[in-house]
Design a protein around this ligand. Structure first.
Ligand code: F6P
Length: 549
């Protein structure tokens, strides 16, 4: 029994039933499941917004899905979902509401935190961002010397970088191509150097994005950026025209020297990794324009409404979350691959890594006790065709089960030339071929029939039975991006709810931050830092020697 009165997850009858069912299915192959049900290819599909979801190539039957939904019911996933949408403080370790869904709520919605409707403030900030974005885009906002802003550099890390950086790439064909937009996150000075070396400071706007405005990497880079600017423009008053802040911390923004009139606010109920549709998206909004940004928010909302209202059998985030649990907890899968067949989604999986792994990389349950079941998987992947020539071998014939999401689009982006658009069918032929090969493999008989020598038969045989979800949309638009991100946000939510962990804190990253601060004087001054272990001490000494200190 948990301290919160819940029976421990892996002792519930629903869990036990799934474990038993897993044993019963152990020898079942997808080939048999498809042979037994000719309608599986269309029957095991769902729709949400513009997304067509095919889950037929999963190692599941109707019974598996029923048992998984029972687990979701037993763990009250929908109860927690409703509490989240209502603004209850479901982030228990930080005593905070979790309301990224309020960031895309319509103007007339009422969502209360501590008795106050937060929606008017959300729209006030969106309006302020829109006004600012338009002024930058039109040239009405000029730099200190009167020159037009042509370069926008977002300085932030984690959730204050990955979201806008990913979305900027995804929506590149919708961006104003006359603007240069770059993202600096790494405290390695090389990042800021490469991002600014060919820019004219008089034409450059820095957007300092930090929820807390205390993150050492971001404050260090922002300080260096200010020096770079002032070295060229001379005058401290230039900062007001070239620096804006995105934060929840007015005091720290003012302390840094940014006029709080140039601050775009968000709130503690927006988690960093859930924040790019808040003020954190300002760089993206400048790049694509306010209208497209709002189209993206509409996309998020389509999936929010679906997740909130669709019955369990048709609820896509619920389904994807439960499928993950099926593999993670009942097949010992350690990782989950996300493989987009779109060059524009090249940073999508990196974005999902924070969303998923920072949310569900936890071994402590909400009641403070250690879990004795697996929680979040390792999330990884790169655009599919490139992956095919790198790591797909292991997915096809390795010893590990790696469930994968394949994301593709029926139409290439409008901006491509006709000739380049023609390449799209080849791209998508790969997309469909891979999930087919992963599911059905190739039998020894098929290999023999092709004339392979007997020694080569085992090598050329593919077991198949590798599960995949196919997510297909007509085209990549701002709305579709919003739909995809919201889909994964809620999938992660579902899994955290079942595992009974707090998906909205991130205490695990704190220790490294504290230790970095403690170790730094040992590197710079050779200070004798108390508590350094023998290995780290020796490494620091070697570093100082190699560094020439
Ligand atoms: O990596 C830890 C973390 O706190 C993330 O959750 C967050 O997105 C990131 O640091 C950046 O934080 P901030 O926006 O406060 O600078």
């Amino acid at each position: 029994m948990n301290a919160d009165g819940r029976t421990r997850l892996n002792q519930t009858p629903e869990w036990t039933a799934l474990a038993k069912h897993r044993e019963e299915l152990a020898d079942t192959h997808l080939r048999e499941l498809f042979a037994a049900d000719p309608a599986r290819g269309t029957g095991y599909t769902l729709r949400v917004g513009d997304l067509y979801i095919d889950y037929s190539k999963h190692l599941v039957t109707d019974e598996t899905l029923r048992l998984l939904r029972e687990l979701a019911a037993a763990t009250d996933v929908f109860g927690l979902r409703d509490a989240m949408f209502r603004g209850e403080k479901i982030n228990v370790t930080e005593n905070r509401a979790v309301l990224h869904t309020a960031l895309r709520a319509p103007r007339d919605a009422v969502i209360e935190v501590d008795g106050e409707n937060v929606v008017p403030a959300v729209h006030a900030v969106l309006d302020k961002m829109s006004d600012f974005a338009e002024r930058v885009r039109s040239g009405a906002w000029t730099g200190h010397t009167g020159k037009r802003i042509r370069n926008v550099v977002n300085v932030g890390i984690g959730g204050s970088d990955l979201g806008p950086a990913m979305a900027y790439e995804v929506l590149r064909s919708f961006t104003d191509r006359d603007l240069t937009v770059r993202f600096v996150s790494n405290v390695d000075g090389a990042d800021l150097h490469e991002a600014t070396r060919d820019l004219d400071p008089a034409e450059t706007l820095f957007i300092i994005a930090s929820k807390t405005f205390t993150t050492i990497e971001t404050i260090t880079n922002a300080t260096s950026a200010r020096k770079w600017l002032l070295a060229a423009l001379g005058d401290e008053s230039a900062v007001a025209k070239h620096f804006v802040a995105l934060s929840t911390n007015t005091e720290k923004v003012a302390e840094f020297g940014i006029d709080t009139a140039n601050m775009f606010e968000f709130w503690d109920w927006v988690g960093g990794r859930y924040s790019y549709d808040s003020a954190i998206g300002l760089s993206l909004m400048i790049a694509i324009g306010p209208d497209r940004f709002r189209e993206m928010l509409d996309g998020f909302r389509i999936v929010d409404d679906h997740f909130r209202t669709a019955p369990a059998e048709a609820n896509v985030p619920l389904l994807l979350g439960l499928l993950g649990i099926w593999y993670d907890n009942f097949h010992d899968a350690q990782s989950h691959a996300v493989l987009p067949y779109s060059h524009y989604l090249s940073k999508f999986t990196a974005y999902l890594q924070q969303l998923d792994m920072e949310s569900n990389g936890k071994y402590v349950a909400r009641d403070g006790r250690q879990v004795d079941w697996q929680t979040g998987p390792v999330v990884w992947g790169t655009p599919g065709t490139n992956g095919q020539h790198a790591y797909y071998q292991l997915i096809h014939q390795g010893t590990k089960l790696i469930p994968a999401d394949f994301i593709g689009f029926a139409r290439p982006v409008a901006e491509l030339s006709e000739e380049l658009k023609d390449q799209h069918d080849l791209l998508m032929a790969n997309f469909f071929a891979q999930t087919q090969a992963l599911a059905f493999g190739k039998t020894a008989e098929e290999v023999r029939a092709e004339g392979a020598t007997e020694e080569l038969v085992p090598h050329k045989t593919f077991q198949g039975n590798r599960p995949t979800t196919t997510i297909l949309a007509r085209e990549l638009t701002p709305s579709v991006l919003g739909q995809l991100v919201a889909l994964y946000e809620h999938k992660v939510f579902v899994q955290g709810a079942v595992w009974n962990i707090d998906s909205f804190d991130q205490w695990g990253v704190e220790l490294g931050k504290v230790l970095a601060k403690r170790v730094e004087p040992a590197l710079t001054e050779g200070a004798d830092v108390p508590g350094l272990d023998a290995s780290t001490k020796a490494l620091v000494a070697k570093y100082r020697e190699l560094r020439g200190r």
